[in-house]
Design a protein around this ligand. Structure first.
Ligand SMILES: Nc1ncnc2c1ncn2[C@@H]1O[C@H](COP(=O)(O)OP(=O)(O)OP(=O)(O)O)[C@@H](O)[C@H]1O
Length: 255
C-alpha cells in the first residue's frame, strides 16, 4: 500500500487500496501474432482518490482498466477489487462483483434509448435487485444538474447531459470504484470540463474512488494522480498534476 502524498494535496483519509494489480501481464494472441499488452504491472488505486491513466495509443491503458475492472481476464499476476482476487472468480461471480462494486462511464455514454434519464440512472440497481436510497439519488441527480430532465430520453438530451446521466448512473449505487474510459472523448470542452468537475467533486466531496483513462492532459489535471504507461509498463507517475506537468512527462516519452 502506498502512503505517498504530495504536499499540495489536501489531507484525506488514510490511503487504502480500492483496487489494484500485482505483476499483472496480459498477452493477446499466440505465436507471431502475440501482443504483450501489459508487462508485469503493479499498481494500487487508493480509495477516495482520482487517478488518471495516460500513455500513447496501444500502451495498454484500456487493457489495464479492463483487467482491474473484471471485464477481461489476466494472463499472469493478479487484479483486485477491494480484497477480492478477480482471477479466483467464475463468470457469474465476476458479473456480480462488477454489478455490486463497480461503476462504469464510457466514452459512448451507453444509455438505453427507450428509457428515461431516471430509468437509465436506476437501471443497474434495478437489475441488481437493489432499491436506490431516495435521498442519495436526489443528491446525485442535483449534483449533476439533471433534476429538470429526469423524464427525458437520451435522444432528447445533449451529449453533455447524456454523459451526466451516465455519471449519475455510476454514482448512485455508491460503488467501491468508478472506471471511466475517455469519458470526455465525445464532448466539447465545456461539457467535458463539467463532467470532469463532477468526477473530481465526487471524489473530494463524496469520497468516491475514480480511475479514468484519458489522452487529454487537461482532463488528467483534474485527477489527484496520473500514471503513465508505455509498451505495457508503468513508466512514470505524477501527484497533484497540472496540464503543464502532464505535458512535460508526455514530451519526455515522445507520446
Ligand atoms: N482483443 C485484443 N486482441 C489482440 N490485441 C489486442 C486486443 N486488445 C488490445 N490489444 C492490443 O494490446 C495493446 C494495448 O491495447 P490497449 O487498447 O490497452 O491500448 P490503449 O493504450 O488503451 O490504446 P488507445 O489509446 O489507442 O485506446 C495494443 O497493441 C493492442 O493492439
Amino acid at each position: 500500500m502506498s502512503t505517498q502524498t504530495a504536499a499540495s494535496v489536501p489531507a484525506r483519509p488514510p490511503a487504502v487500496s480500492a483496487a489494484g494489480a500485482t505483476a499483472l501481464s496480459k498477452v493477446y494472441g499466440e505465436g507471431e501474432a502475440q501482443v504483450v499488452a501489459l508487462d508485469s504491472v503493479s499498481v494500487e488505486f487508493e480509495r477516495a482518490r482520482f487517478t488518471a491513466i495516460m500513455g500513447p495509443s496501444g500502451s495498454g491503458k484500456s487493457t489495464l482498466m479492463h483487467c482491474v475492472a473484471g471485464l477481461d481476464s489476466v494472463s499472469a499476476g493478479s487484479a483486485r477489487i477491494g480484497d477480492i482476487e478477480l482471477s479466483a472468480l467464475n463468470d457469474r461471480q465476476l458479473t456480480r462483483v462488477r454489478r455490486e462494486r463497480v461503476g462504469f462511464v464510457f466514452q459512448a455514454f451507453n444509455l438505453l434509448p427507450t428509457l428515461t434519464a431516471l430509468e437509465n440512472i436506476t437501471l443497474p440497481m434495478a437489475i441488481a435487485g437493489r432499491e436506490p436510497d431516495r435521498r442519495w439519488l436526489d443528491t446525485v441527480v442535483a449534483k449533476v444538474g439533471l433534476s429538470e430532465r429526469l423524464g427525458h430520453r437520451p435522444a432528447q438530451l445533449s451529449g453533455g447531459q447524456q454523459q451526466r446521466v451516465a455519471v449519475a448512473r455510476a454514482l448512485v449505487s455508491s460503488p467501491e470504484i468508478i472506471f471511466a474510459d475517455e469519458p470526455t472523448g465525445n464532448l466539447d470542452s465545456r461539457a467535458g470540463s463539467e463532467i470532469l468537475a463532477f468526477l473530481r467533486d465526487s471524489v473530494r466531496e463524496l469520497g468516491q474512488t475514480v480511475v479514468m483513462v484519458t489522452h487529454d492532459p487537461v482532463a488528467a489535471s483534474y485527477a489527484d494522480r496520473v500514471i503513465f504507461l508505455a509498451d505495457g509498463r508503468i513508466t512514470d507517475e505524477l501527484l497533484a498534476p497540472t496540464a503543464e506537468s502532464v505535458l512535460d512527462v508526455m514530451r519526455r516519452f515522445g507520446s
